[in-house]
Design a protein around this ligand. Structure first.
Ligand code: FAD
Length: 340
């Protein structure tokens, strides 16, 4: 961004890495802890503090968990006006804190919620906001390097904002490892600062009349994924049945999605979702680099392919050379038998 597109600021006034802890009804979105773990790395590199920002109603436990997970401090804006989520009170509270405290880097999950209000913080601050990032780093000058796929996923763009603050990024869920909270969280409460709530119910522009949850599947939370590719040849029943038996979700390559066999929300890869399940079954999938990019954080990969030379086998913990229409039903039968 050019310095001409906003007021002149002294970037030296801005310090610290902030992570927004997204929550719904008191439960943290997994991306929050993923970003906190990454934020810790960035803060250690820049020599700054890592600050968690927790907004909600009755959410002090999340501020304490953020500290237990590595934040140096947590800022807590706790008030009924923040439940349920609405963009205007969240955006206004966040904007006021950014203006008063001047963070250098602000990381927000690239979820529906994060995307909804991040612009309300970035625009008035004339901040640089890079959306839907899949990689984060800092350069030798401490500037945020925010990378994201571009040109339909055919190239990666790395964006930095030398003249504007804060440097903001929304980040895709599932691209970083969340890690675990440290033991012994007794001192966590001391590192939580309750901040002044700057929004009142009468000032908010919107009222939530009804919340409709569901409809669109979210495979990024799944512990078990059974994914299929072009090798399904139009029949995804073996995937669905194995996923059901294992209590997991069905996913697919772009090839299977483009054929219309599986809905687009279940596509894994560079232009789909990034997933990190405990178990990823890749059936009839060749192992193209764009697909691997979305699933190579899986704990255990089982590949099923008729071609013993398929590249997916190089990325699998267990490989089965065979027809998925025979192998998957056999696995399903075994799982069902064990469960009985
Ligand atoms: P194929 O490569 O055709 O592989 C099918 C495999 O099935 C083969 O290995 C074959 O041996 C095996 N097979 C056939 N029959 C059977 C059977 N009966 N039983 C078992 N195995 C069988 N792809 C993604 O997945 N996600 C993305 O997000 C994505 N983004 C992309 C972005 C860009 C810019 C580009 C250029 C491409 C992208 N792609 C993406 C496409 C990617 O390059 C591959 O084309 C795609 O992943 C291939 O899908 P596939 O493995 O299902 O099909």
């Amino acid at each position: 961004m050019s310095a001409a597109s906003g007021p002149e600021i002294d970037v030296a006034d801005y310090r610290d890495v902030w992570v927004f802890v997204e929550q719904h009804e008191g439960e943290a979105a997994p991306v929050s802890w993923e970003l906190l773990a990454k934020g810790r790395e960035l803060a250690d590199e820049t020599g700054e503090s890592l600050v968690a920002l927790v907004v909600g109603d009755g959410v002090s436990h999340l501020a304490e968990e953020a500290v237990a997970r590595g934040a140096d401090r947590a800022l807590l804006a706790d008030d009924p006006v923040f439940e349920p989520y609405r963009a205007d009170p969240y955006g206004e509270q966040f904007r006021a804190l950014v203006e008063a405290r001047k963070p250098s880097i602000v990381l927000i999950g690239g979820t529906h919620t994060g995307r909804d209000f991040a612009g309300r913080v970035a625009v008035p601050a004339h901040a640089g906001l890079t959306a839907d990032c899949t990689e984060l780093a800092v350069d030798e000058a401490g500037l945020l390097l925010a990378s994201r796929p571009t040109f339909g996923g055919s190239a990666m763009a790395t964006i930095k904002c030398p003249a504007h603050r804060p440097q903001m990024a929304t980040v895709r869920a599932g691209v970083f490892d969340a890690g675990e909270p440290a033991d012994g969280t007794e001192s966590a409460a001391d590192a939580v600062e309750s901040v002044e709530v700057v929004v009142a119910e009468e000032d908010t522009l919107s009222t939530v009349l009804e919340r409709v949850v569901g409809g669109v599947v979210d495979i990024t939370d799944a512990d078990v994924i059974v994914a299929g590719g072009a090798g399904c040849e139009g029949d995804v029943t073996p995937l669905v049945e194995l996923a059901e038996a294992l209590g997991g979700e069905v996913a697919a390559t772009r090839a299977a999605v483009e054929e219309g066999w599986v809905e687009p929300a279940r596509q894994v890869g560079q232009t789909g979702k990034t997933v990190r399940p405990h178990l990823y079954v890749a059936a009839g999938i060749s192992g193209a680099v764009q697909h691997l990019e979305g699933m190579n954080g899986s704990d255990v990969v089982v590949a099923v392919n008729t071609d013993p030379n398929a590249p997916i086998f190089e990325h699998a913990d267990y490989g089965i050379v065979g027809d998925l229409h025979e192998v998957l039903p056999a696995l399903t039968a075994m799982v069902r038998e064990k469960r009985e």
